[in-house]
Write a protein that binds this ligand. Structure first.
Ligand code: AHG
Ligand code: MN
Ligand code: MN
Length: 340
């Protein structure tokens, strides 16, 4: 009898195999990614039974951005931070849920981790996909100096790894260390993330645009014209494009990675700098999309090259298939001088 079985590769095996390709690697980044994987499993379990435990709803407080904090935001924040603290590799964490830097027990640890512990909070109570986002930097050597916020202010090009976990119809963890994008699907029956794609490539052109159109009236003229272009009939480019907007960046970006198209969160009257956070929303997603062959800009320049001035700063973002991003950029350049 011959046994035909598909080889299953777990997240932990994959991380170790990848590490073995680098003879000098210390294994610390591998450990850090495994720590995040463990926290993701715990958060996923809690998300799945959220309706029957007492974890839905508001915590009663507001975070540094004045947004109301959900209980699940805090649960995810605590799980991720304590997983990172346990292995003594990370010296500090910057999280959406914490005003300043969070110093961990290993002040000598060589990694700095940014977190959006729970992305898509407004979708928590309505059973729509949510996520977690992480971005990892190396601490720069500054001998004898105490850890300060400035140590964390590095451009996205310096990320050593970044990724997200999507709690959707299944739980998926995707990450990059700068050598392509790999994704793993959680098999809840065995409690393991199993490799489902080890080289995502975003389509060069996609037929989906994703933006909160409720803010249409306060967009710049070039963006308004681009969205009208997306809605116009044209068989050759597959227009009109479809509109899809989930309201959880992780879910919208995962769809963009798989199916192509464009995701936009522009500046508007309500959010003059854009709404999304550079360091723990835009940089990690931009790193992933670029690694898959896509593009991410703030309207003019590459997101990853923005020199950060503050850990919670915001930026407009236009991200997705290269042809779509180039097209919206050309619209904004053409109509830059036009009155709104
Ligand atoms: P968070 O839940 O971490 O605060 O992020 C919410 C973000 C992001 O996930 C999403 O793309 C965006 O907010 C949606 O904002 P609008 O409701 O303004 O469209
Ligand atoms: Mn978010
Ligand atoms: Mn969040």
């Amino acid at each position: 009898m011959t046994i035909k079985s598909k080889k299953l590769v777990t997240l932990d095996e994959y991380i170790i195999q990848s590490q073995n390709r680098f003879p000098g690697a210390t294994g610390e980044l591998s450990q850090l990614l495994r720590d995040i994987g463990l926290a993701a499993k715990i958060i996923s379990r809690e998300v799945n039974k959220a309706g029957i435990t007492n974890i839905l709803g508001n915590d009663g407080s507001t975070n540094v951005h004045g947004e109301s904090v959900k209980r699940l935001d805090l649960f995810a924040d605590q799980q991720l931070i304590s997983a990172l603290d346990r292995s003594l590799i990370t010296c500090m964490v910057i999280s959406e849920e914490n005003d300043g830097i969070v110093k961990l027990n290993s002040e000598g640890g060589k990694y700095i981790v940014y977190l959006d512990p729970l992305d898509g909070s407004s979708n928590i109570d309505v059973n729509v996909s949510i996520g977690s986002i992480f971005s990892i930097y190396m601490r720069q050597p500054r001998f004898g100096k105490e850890l300060v916020e400035e140590d964390a202010l590095q451009p996205g090009t310096r990320q050593v790894a970044a990724g997200y976990v999507l709690y959707g119809s299944s739980t998926i963890m995707a990450y990059t260390t700068g050598m392509g994008v790999s994704a793993f699907t959680l098999d809840p029956s065995i409690g393991e993330f199993i490799l489902s794609n080890d080289n995502y490539q975003i389509p060069t052109h996609g037929r989906i645009y994703s933006i909160n159109e409720g803010s249409y009236n306060s967009w710049e003229p070039g963006l308004k014209k681009y969205i009208k272009y997306c809605q116009k009939d044209d068989a050759e480019t597959g227009r009109p494009y479809s509109a899809r907007y989930i309201g959880s960046m992780v879910a919208d970006l995962h769809r963009t990675l798989v199916q192509g198209g464009i995701f936009i969160y522009p500046s508007s009257k309500k959010y003059p700098e854009g709404k999304l956070r550079l360091m723990y929303e835009c940089n990690p997603h931009s790193f992933i999309i670029e690694q898959a062959g896509g593009m991410a800009i703030d309207g003019k320049k590459r997101i990853l090259e923005i020199e950060p001035h503050s850990i919670h700063q915001r930026t407009p973002i236009f991200v997705g298939s290269p042809e779509n991003v180039k097209m919206v950029k050309s619209f904004m350049e053409e109509y830059a001088e036009e009155p709104a």
